[in-house]
Design a protein around this ligand. Structure first.
Ligand code: NDP
Length: 250
């Protein structure tokens, strides 16, 4: 694989909040120019104000997948080659299986799966052209074991893990490593919505997490930085749990 020595450029979807914010922080700390994508202009501005010159906010609703090819062209033409892509943006819906509508199910898959596919395809074309790159997908414990009340989210994260392997076998020979992080339960707005007010669920999470506490967004940020760079140059196709042992907990 050709390893690019100059300053790198990364795209982090959902980079203006939660886990994405922490990944952006780690990347910028490593001098990586980081394009963050989200829908909420205010969140993007707040991140730009905090991270400064190396942070490039771009507003886009990635579920509108038809917009993605132009978005990738714009990023490449304005900011240079894309070396790293972190498919972090995602949405959840906590609702009983029997009450989830077809539209709600589709909406989760559109953001969590279809947008990841389209963005990865478009960015991969650029990476192949420039000699390689690194793609990191974000899965969840929902892909590891059966979590109640998150049917669409579970389907989407199981798809992400399958797509990671399928992408890795096709893209690694072309110089693109494709890996996945499966976070356990990490303190963010998303997990607060799922766990706050549901003491039983929180208790269950903690009781099967050998390290005994929720993770911090920066724990995932550290893993993403490791997988993104030459430190992981012989690693592709892995699903790395960052979960305090939750996935192997009793
Ligand atoms: P947040 O809700 O804090 O962040 C999600 C981000 O995704 C937001 O920045 C949001 O930006 C962006 N996003 C959502 N939909 C779209 C869209 N259509 N287009 C563009 N951006 C979008 O969640 P977390 O930080 O907790 O989650 C990040 C990832 O980690 C997700 O994939 C999630 O499934 C995964 N994860 C989280 C866990 C946790 O415990 N927190 C556990 C396991 C996995 P905006 O609102 O501006 O559009």
């Amino acid at each position: 694989m050709k390893i690019l020595k100059q300053n790198k450029t990364a795209i982090v979807t959902g980079g203006a909040s939660g886990i994405g914010w922490a990944i952006t922080e780690k990347f910028i700390g490593a001098n990586i120019q980081t394009v963050i994508i989200g829908r909420d202009q205010q969140k993007l501005k707040k991140a730009k104000d905090k991270f400064g010159k190396l942070c490039i906010p771009m507003a886009c609703d990635l579920s509108e997948t038809g917009r993605i090819p132009d978005l990738v062209e714009e990023i490449e033409s304005k900011y240079g080659g894309i070396n790293i892509l972190v498919n972090n943006a995602g949405i959840n819906l906590k609702k009983d299986f029997l009450t989830v509508s077809d539209e709600e199910f589709q909406q989760i898959l559109q953001t969590n799966v279809a947008a990841v596919f389209t963005l990865s395809r478009e960015v991969s074309k650029k990476m192949i052209h420039q000699g390689g790159g690194s793609i990191i997908n974000i899965s969840s414990m929902a892909a590891v074991y059966g979590l109640p009340k998150v049917i669409a989210y579970t389907a989407s994260k199981a798809a992400i893990e399958g797509m990671t392997r399928a992408m890795a076998v096709e893209l690694s020979p072309k110089g693109i490593r494709v890996n996945c992080i499966a976070p356990g339960f990490i303190s963010t707005d998303m997990s607060a919505k799922a766990l706050n007010g549901d003491k039983e669920r929180l208790q269950k999470v903690l009781s099967r997490t050998p390290m005994g506490e929720l993770g911090k967004p920066g724990d995932v940020g550290d893993a993403a930085l490791f997988l993104a760079l030459e430190s992981a140059k012989y690693i592709t196709g892995v699903i790395l749990p960052v979960d305090g042992g939750n996935s192997i907990g009793f």
